[in-house]
Design a protein around this ligand. Structure first.
Ligand code: AMP
Ligand code: GLY
Length: 418
C-alpha cells in the first residue's frame, strides 16, 4: 500500500512511525513532513493547506490511503476532496470537522444535547459582547469562534482584560474571520484531561488518557502554547470518571453529530476539565492532539493502519483496540522565545540519545540539510520515554532531553511532576 500523511509536526512524525510497523505498507509520503520524517518517509513539498496539490499528488501517485492529521486541511474539506477522487482517508469530512473549526457550533451542540460544558453566550458584534460584560463573573473566558493557531482563548481576570480581548478579536480582527463571532464562557477549574477517541460514527473507542502542559513556563506560568509536554495515562482520570465520561460525554457527542447529519469518522479529541460538578468539555478537536499523540500512540498495541481502515470502513466494532499498561512522558524541546519570536537554523546534536531504552525522539520543527538536522520551528523535538511507571518515564525523558544539544534550546522542567 501507498500512504500519504498530511502535516509536518511531531504528531505526524509519530503517526508515520506507528504506521511503518505494518508490513503491508510499501511507501509513505509526508506532505510536507520535516527533517525527521525525511528519514521515515519521503517528504513531498506540498503544504498541508494546498488541497488541490494534495489531491493531484494522491491521484497521480495512485495513493491507497490518506491520513489527514492537522486541523486546517480538515476544516478546508481535504477529506471530502480526497473521497471525491476515490481515495480512502482517515479523518472527518468538513461537515464533521466543524466540531473544532467553530466553537459557536460546538457550544450549541453541547447545549442542545445536554453534554456538560461551561455556561456560555454567543456574540456577533463587539457592542453586544461588551454589553454582556456588565453581567459577567470574573475570571471569564473569551474565545474566538474559528481556528486561531491555539491562541484564540483568553482568560480575562477582569473587565479590562475582557474588553481588550473582545476588541482585538472582533474589531482589530487579529484572527481574521475566526473572530466573526465569539463565545464568552464561565471559567471552570479542576485537573485537565485529554481523551483521544477513535470513532467511525457508530462505535467510540477512547484511547489511553493523557495530560498536556499548555503554558510555556514551569508551574503553568507564561503564555499558552501548542503544548510543552505530555504524560499518559493521566493520573486524575480514574475508571469511574472514564465510565461517567463515556455515558455523559463521549457516546452523546457521537449520537449528537449523527442526529445533526454530521457523522464523525476519525480521531475525536475531548479536552475535559474534571470540575467539582463532574467532568465537563472544554473543547473538541477533530484530530489527534500534538503532543498528546507522542505519548498515546507509543502505548497503542494494535496496528494503527488496521484501526484507521476500520474507522473509514465503519467497522471499528470488529477491531480489538489494545493499549499497553506502561506509562509515557514527552518533553518538548523548543526554541527559546516560543510561542513569541525565536531564532531557527541551529544545528542539532543528538548525542547518544539513541542508546537509551524506551526513548523516541519525534521531530516537530526540524529540517534536513546536507545530511544535518537544523531547528526550523518553535517546537523543535519531542522526547518520549515509555517505562513501567510514570516516575521512571519522566526521569528517562529528562535524561534523554539533556543529551540533546542546540543553541537556544528551551524546555519546561516540570512535565509530569504535578
Ligand atoms: P483551547 O485553545 O480551547 O485548548 O483552550 C486553551 C486552554 O484554555 C485550555 O486548555 C484551558 O486550560 C483553558 N480554558 C479554556 N476554556 C476554559 C474555561 N471555560 N475555564 C477555564 N479554563 C479554560
Ligand atoms: N495539544 C493540544 C492540541 O493539540 O490542540
Amino acid at each position: 500500500m501507498k500512504i500519504i500523511v498530511i502535516g509536518s509536526g511531531g504528531r505526524e512524525y509519530t503517526i508515520i512511525k506507528s504506521l511503518k510497523t505494518n508490513p503491508k505498507i510499501e511507501k509513505i509520503y509526508a506532505l510536507p513532513g520535516n527533517g525527521g520524517t525525511a528519514d521515515l518517509a519521503e517528504n513531498v513539498d506540498i503544504a498541508a493547506k494546498d488541497i488541490d496539490g494534495i489531491v493531484d499528488f494522491a491521484v497521480s501517485n495512485k495513493i491507497d490511503f490518506a491520513v489527514v492529521a492537522p486541523d486546517d486541511p480538515l476544516a478546508l474539506g481535504a477529506v471530502d476532496r480526497l473521497h471525491g477522487a476515490g481515495i480512502r482517508c482517515f479523518g472527518p469530512e468538513k461537515k464533521a470537522a466543524i466540531i473544532e473549526s467553530s466553537k459557536v457550533f460546538s457550544k450549541r451542540l453541547m447545549k442542545k444535547y445536554s453534554i456538560p460544558t461551561a455556561e456560555f453566550g454567543v456574540f456577533h458584534t463587539p457592542e453586544d459582547a461588551l454589553k454582556f460584560l456588565d453581567y459577567a463573573k470574573y475570571p471569564t473566558v473569551v474565545k474566538a469562534d474559528g481556528l486561531a493557531l491555539g491562541k484564540g482563548v483568553i482568560i480575562a481576570q477582569g473587565r479590562e482584560d475582557a474588553e481588550k480581548a473582545i476588541r482585538s478579536i472582533m474589531a482589530d480582527r487579529v484572527f481574521g474571520d475566526s473572530g466573526n463571532a465569539i463565545v464568552i464562557e464561565e471559567f471552570l477549574s479542576g485537573p485537565e484531561v485529554t481523551v483521544l477517541a477513535f470513532t467511525d460514527g457508530k462505535t467510540v473507542l477512547p484511547m489511553v488518557s493523557s495530560m498536556d502542559h499548555k503554558r510555556a513556563g514551569d508551574g503553568d506560568t507564561g503564555l499558552n502554547t501548542g503544548g510543552m509536554g505530555t504524560i499518559a495515562p493521566n493520573p486524575f482520570y480514574t475508571e469511574e470518571i472514564a465510565a461517567e465520561c463515556m455515558e455523559k460525554i463521549f457516546a452523546p457527542t457521537i449520537d449528537a453529530m449523527n442526529a445533526e447529519g454530521r457523522k464523525f469518522r476519525g480521531c475525536l479529541y475531548f479536552g475535559l476539565m474534571l470540575t467539582a460538578d463532574g467532568p465537563k468539555v472544554i473543547e473538541y478537536n477533530c484530530r489527534f492532539g500534538d503532543p498528546e499523540t507522542q505519548v498515546v500512540l507509543p502505548l497503542l498495541e494494535t496496528d494503527l493502519l488496521t484501526v484507521m481502515e476500520a474507522v473509514e470502513n465503519e467497522a471499528l466494532a470488529d477491531v480489538d483496540v489494545k493499549f499497553s499498561k506502561k506509562c509515557a512522558c514527552c518533553v518538548i524541546l523548543a526554541s527559546k522565545g516560543y510561542p513569541e519570536a525565536y531564532e531557527t537554523g541551529k544545528e542539532i546534536d543528538f548525542g547518544n540519545v539513541s542508546v537509551l531504552e524506551g526513548v523516541t525522539v519525534s521531530h516537530s520543527g526540524t529540517k534536513l540539510e546536507n545530511g544535518k538536522i537544523y531547528t526550523s520551528g518553535g517546537r523543535v523535538l519531542g522526547v518520549t520515554a515509555v517505562c513501567d511507571t510514570l516516575e521512571e518515564a519522566v526521569e528517562r525523558a529528562y535524561e534523554a532531553a539533556g543529551m540533546i544539544k542546540f543553541e537556544n534550546k528551551y524546555n519546561r522542567t516540570d512535565i509530569g511532576k504535578r
